[in-house]
Design a protein around this ligand. Sequence first.
Ligand SMILES: Cc1cc2nc3c(=O)[nH]c(=O)nc-3n(C[C@H](O)[C@H](O)[C@H](O)COP(=O)(O)OP(=O)(O)OC[C@H]3O[C@@H](n4cnc5c(N)ncnc54)[C@H](O)[C@@H]3O)c2cc1C
Length: 435
Amino acid sequence: MSVGYTTGSALADTAAPTGPIEERWDERRFTAKLVNPANRRKHRVLVVGTGLAGGSAGATLAEQGYHVVQFCFQDSPRRAHSVAAQGGINAAKNYRNDGDSVRRLFYDTVKGGDFRSRESNVFRLAQISTQIIDQCVAQGVPFARKYGGLGVYLDFRDAITRLGRAAVEEKYGNLFDMYQQITAENPYEVPMRIYPAIHYTMGGLWVDYDLQSNVPGLYVIGEANFSDHGANRLGASALMQGLADGYFVLPSTLADYLARNPLPAVDPAHEAVRQAESEVGDRISRLLSIKGTRTVDSFHRELGTLLWEQCGMARSESGLRKALDRIPQLRAEFWRDAMVPGTGEQFNQELEKANRVADFLEFAELMVLDALQREESCGGHFREESQTPDGEAQRDDEGFSHVSAWEFTGVGADPVLHEEQLEFEYVHPVQRSYA
Ligand SMILES: Cc1cc2nc3c(=O)[nH]c(=O)nc-3n(C[C@H](O)[C@H](O)[C@H](O)COP(=O)(O)OP(=O)(O)OC[C@H]3O[C@@H](n4cnc5c(N)ncnc54)[C@H](O)[C@@H]3O)c2cc1C
């Protein structure tokens, strides 16, 4: 069975200030209400995630005096996928007159995202980028400016001869260790095998200029914030965004929300907490009672392979339809035959994994549907039916100059598509050439 969708009301970012783009963030901060420092400790802010975005937000909010409670699901808060980022960070620093400016970074980011991000948000990101590096340096965070090159092999022999092994080790030792653990090859001696992978699936949660989602009081930052990257991440813009959101944007906009909204105290006896607990309990019991024969890993692998093959960098209508047929079957098989050993009474990694794979099985279907509906090649995604006669990616600005925000309405039910039209006042769309 393949799922269709319905079209819902249009979305608009009503939190974005108007006026000259250079002044919008200052204007927003000026109109934002402040929380009196003496009152901050009365607010409990829950931060889900300890990566760059959650970490920087938690640190800043705690420093400002809020009561911060921070969550993560790894065994250590340091294990967020932020740890994998070994390359650079962008910023409009104009080091040694290298031609940087806020305007150039803004322009490059909008164009790099293939005109599918919001101008106001990206301009703010470029403005704030200059402060991020100063903040990181003050905290002792090492950073580089650029990604390494991409090829089939990455050979460090010349660099080692030129700079010495110690210099290369100091810079990349951590990455080399991980590589050696995974491949059993020594990257100091043998060229690294690398692959141009789908670094990202573009997307995230819909947020307004304040980074508030459609759920009041729920803010979304970092990689989960859809609004800055458009249809493509520029190398090194993810670190910039995570830190910009966490250090600088959220602390201002969240304060405005807290100052304007009376928030009654809630405790664990609250009806909503009890309901959430009972739903989680039911789901855990359901997973443990399947007692099937097929490992969760094998479901995960099949789903991953399906997405990799049919909804990767290149995708076609027929492949996407194939995936849309298979995912609901796979999900039904999962709930009928998954093997989840152990109990829910103690730490149980298999149970935890099963919970996440169950989520992936729902999310994957929506992701494939979105890819099918967006009949254009754009940014990091090449839709095979949408190419120029000489094989270049063909964007369709008339049909798809919008954000597609999908409302999940339950398993097996049609999701609802809400569109937010994108306006380009400052950077006018041009066709990107990958030649
Ligand atoms: C191999 C690799 C190399 C990269 N290199 C670069 C680079 O050179 N430059 C660059 O700019 N970017 C790079 N990136 C991208 C960059 O690392 C990420 O965009 C960035 O780290 C994301 O940070 P984040 O805080 O938004 O999310 P994450 O670091 O993914 O953190 C998410 C957090 O949320 C928590 N969490 C998730 N779900 C739950 C839940 N249900 N309950 C509780 N906690 C939960 C997790 O435990 C984690 O702490 C790279 C990424 C990878 C994978």
